[in-house]
Each structure stands twice: as C-alpha cells, then as structure tokens.
Design a protein around this ligand. Structure first.
Ligand code: NAD
Length: 461
C-alpha cells in the first residue's frame, strides 16, 4: 500500500493539474480518449493473458466483455462528445425578462474510481471514459483479487498518461479506505452492497458526490407463453458467462409451474450444448476467482438439491454450471447474491404471485422476464422496480451506451455508460445571462403599487 502522505501528494498534484484547465478543452479530451483507445488495442494480448491468469477467463469472453465493450464506449463517446459539451439552452423565465438561460456541464474535478474484480478491466476503465469525457482527472483503485489485471491496468495507464492526470493505486481494502479520506470531487464505486455502504459513509463525511454500482439478487421470470428453447439459451448464457460472477447475472429463476419440467430439461440440454458433457474440459468456461469464494459457493451447494451439474474441483476452483431445485425463500441460497454458477429454480402459479415474491425482496440491479404476452410484459415492468430490465433477454441492456446502467435502492445510486457517464462526472451548472439594458425595475423597492403587476406576472407564468 502507498502511504497516506504519498496518496495525499498524488491527489494534490491532480488538483493542481486540474486547476490549470487543460482537461477542460474538447481537443484535450478527444486526444486522451484516442490515446486510451490505442493503448487498449495495443495491450489486447496482455489483457487477455492477465484475465486468463486471474481466473481462467476464456479469450473470447475477455475480448467481448472487457475489451470490445470499452472500445465501443470510447467510439460512441468520441462521436458525441462535442455535442454533450455544448451548453444546453433552455427557455428563460418571464420573471427574469429579458435573459438567456443555459445549462453548462462542468467537470467535477479529481475523481476516485474503485473497481470490482469480476470484470476487472472493463469495470475500472469504463468510468474513466466518462471522467476523461467530462474533463476530470482520475485515480483508479482496481480490485486486489485480480492482481494480474490490476498490474496490466496500472502499466497501461502509467505508460500512456501523466500521473497528475490519470493514475492507478494498487492495493486492497486498506488502500481504498486511505483513499476515501482524501478530498476528491467525485467517487465512483463498483462493488458489493456492504462495501458500498462504507463508501457512502466516507463520502458523506466530505459531502463528495458518489455513484454506487452495487449488486443483489436479480430475478428472472419465465411464464408459460415463453419460447422455452430460446429462453433457456439466453438464460444459460447470461448466468454462466464469467462462471456466474456477473453483477447482472440472473440470480434465480421463477418459472410458471405448468412449464417447469420441460423448462428444466431445456436448461440441462442447453448447458450440455454450450459446455459439453464435462464442462471442466470446456475452453469456454471460467473458474471461481479465489478459494474464499470457492468455499462459500461449495458450502451453499451442499445445502441444495442438484438437478444438473454440481461437480466441483477445489484445486482448479471449478464449479460446474449447476441448476438446483426445491428451493424456498428461507433456503441459504436465497439469503444473498450467489455470484457463482449455481442457478436456483422456483415455481410460481400466476404472475401476480411471482411479482409479489420479487417485490418482497430489495430492489434488484436487473430483472428479466421471458413471455410472449405483451400485456404480461407491461404488467411486470409497471409493477416492479429494478436498476434495468430485459424482456426475453438477459444481461444485454448494459451493452447499449444509449441506456443508463445502474441500480436503484440497495442495488446502487446513479448510472453510467454513454452520455450518462459524462453526466456522472459533470456538474450541471445553471447559468443566466443578462445584458445591462433594459433593467426592469418591477422587483426593486420601493414596492409601492407594484403588487398588482407582480401578481399579473405570476399569472402569466
Ligand atoms: P467488493 O465490495 O468486495 O470490492 C470492491 C472494491 O472495494 C475493491 O476494489 C476492494 O478492494 C474495495 N474494498 C473492499 N473492502 C473495502 C472496504 N472495507 N473499504 C473500502 N474499500 C473496500 O466487491 P467485489 O467482490 O470486488 O465485487 C463483487 C460485488 O460487486 C458483487 O456484489 C457484484 O454484484 C458487484 N458488482 C456490481 C457491478 C455493477 O456495475 N453494479 C459490477 C460488478 C460487480
């Protein structure tokens, strides 16, 4: 861990650099985004190797979910940045007649970005794109649980950016805590709900604005009108990509009881199609991040009735794609976010009852519903609250930079991606412009005989 004096110096150097104003120009922001784009492209092989080393992540998944998604985000930002930076004119109020009013987006300043380990490259760098676009400086603290990716991220940024603009501080919870004591202008945190609360508390001490990208149990509902084969494919993909260690993975399934037996068979068939009869041999299936999480998951597994999968290998931190049944809300697997390749399936009789079950839980980061009924789709969207939602799909809403990505309630605060990332690192400053003439005297004392005029003005508003 870097000591507190060094960390303070680092933040102060960034504050000084920020005040010089370079980061505010369009030309600078554009050049830095292009630089980041090129750095990611150049380091592609090293990034893929680092993730393979950290938790056996397949190259295809690393490219799609860590690299390509960042490159697409940079491209989108470059395309729109000039427009986003322009002040947005709004209609003036008659009360201020005459005036020109506009909303200016100004950079918040020096930001702290704390990342999680499950998509360790993408989750740390996606907010950086927003910070650069908004004109902010950044200090990144990647997760200590993915040391190879943390090292690649640090090397990549240190070789392409000056430390007074963007830099990486490696370390664990203690380093994070030390950073949280410093006078940042913005904190962007991705991680678990308990640590999110600590981050919010620390931010509150200095009234630092904070974005919290947290987790929770994301439900997935399947009714009897759904195409079961397609639903199974999309759910198995969304659940077992990254070996279930995805914040928006379907955490549990609620399946209408009339189609439960056939849907379970579809799940089993699809897992075999995707990963073969022995998924341990599949090059397309990742491993559990560390021994602590492996033990946590295998302890839960011991309490479950396995429908398919269930094999484990401690030496390789392997847990097969697993579906479990005969689950109740009191079962250990339903007490917290699973964050691994175990999928509990529970039946429901009718949609109203399924919605009530979802609504009895904290608001999730994502909600998925598979159904052919438009009316049922609208009912689920209208009667539930979640950070994001997909109809007849899982996970993919996060890949559209035109959609805000974030939680609600305990699953998070604020959002990012595309313009929402730019906004997350910007302050929306309201600006009213006046000329010296005319200077309407209605509001100035003495107020004698002005009341009726004032009332008329308010009536016109
Ligand atoms: P975590 O909360 O354990 O760690 C996240 C970061 O916080 C790490 O950099 C870690 O070093 C730091 N940290 C840990 N303890 C700390 C403490 N006491 N004080 C200050 N900082 C501390 O989360 P994780 O295990 O890395 O990630 C898994 C969780 O993150 C899951 O709940 C998942 O749903 C969530 N997540 C959310 C998103 C999202 O976009 N909403 C994305 C990925 C993961």
């Amino acid at each position: 861990m870097t000591n507190q004096v060094d960390l303070t110096t680092l933040v102060m150097r960034q504050k000084t650099f920020f005040r010089q104003g370079y980061t505010r120009t369009y030309a600078f922001r554009k050049e830095m985004l292009l630089r980041l784009q090129q750095a990611i492209q150049t380091e592609e092989k090293n990034i893929i190797s680092a993730l393979a080393e950290d938790f056996g992540k397949p190259a295809f998944e690393t490219y799609a979910t860590e690299i390509a998604i960042l490159l697409a985000e940079i491209k989108f930002t470059l395309k729109h940045l000039h427009k986003w930076m322009k002040p947005k004119r709004v209609r003036p109020s008659l009360l201020n007649f005459p005036s020109k009013d506009a909303v200016y987006s100004e950079p918040l300043g020096v930001s702290l970005i704390i990342g999680a380990w499950n998509y360790p490259f993408q989750l740390t760098l996606a907010p950086v794109i927003g910070a650069i676009a908004a004109g902010c400086c950044s200090i990144l603290k990647p997760s200590e649980l993915t040391p190879a990716t943390s090292a690649v991220t640090a090397a990549l940024l240190q070789s392409h950016f000056p430390a007074e603009y963007i830099t990486v501080v490696e370390g664990g919870a203690e380093t994070s805590q030390a950073l949280l004591q410093l006078p940042f202008d913005k904190i962007f945190f991705t991680g678990s709900v308990p640590v999110g609360k600590l981050v919010a508390q620390a931010a509150a001490q200095q009234l630092i604005p904070v974005t919290l990208e947290l987790g929770g149990k994301s439900p997935c509902l399947i009714d009897e009108t759904a195409d079961l084969q397609v639903a199974a494919r999309r759910i198995v993909w969304g659940k077992f990509i990254n070996a279930g260690q995805t914040c928006v993975a379907p955490d549990y399934l609620l399946v209408q009881e009339t189609v439960m037996p056939s849907f379970l068979e579809q799940l089993k068939k699809t897992i075999a199609q995707f990963y073969g009869q022995d998924p341990a041999q599949s090059p397309d299936y990742a491993r559990i991040i560390n021994d602590r999480h492996f033990t946590r998951l295998t302890e839960i597994l011991k309490t479950c009735v396995v429908f398919t999968g269930g094999e484990t290998d401690a030496a390789k931190r392997y847990i097969a794609p697993t579906v479990v049944t005969e689950v109740t809300w009191q079962h250990p697997i339903m007490q917290e976010e699973i964050f691994g390749p175990i999928l509990p399936v529970m039946p429901f009789q009718n949609l109203t009852e399924a919605i009530a079950q979802v609504n009895a839980q904290p608001k999730p980061l994502a909600l998925y519903f598979f159904s052919n009924s438009t009316q049922a789709q609208e009912q689920v969207l209208a009667q539930t609250s979640s950070g994001g939602a997909c109809i007849n799909e899982t996970v993919s809403h996060l890949a559209n930079p035109r959609l805000p990505f974030g939680g609600v309630g305990t699953s998070g605060q604020g959002s990012y991606h595309g313009k929402y990332s730019f906004d997350a690192f910007s302050h929306q400053k309201s600006v009213l412009h006046k000329t010296f003439w005319p200077d309407v005297p209605l509001r100035y004392p003495p107020y004698l005989n002005k009341m009726n005029w004032m009332k008329k003005v308010f009536r016109w508003l």
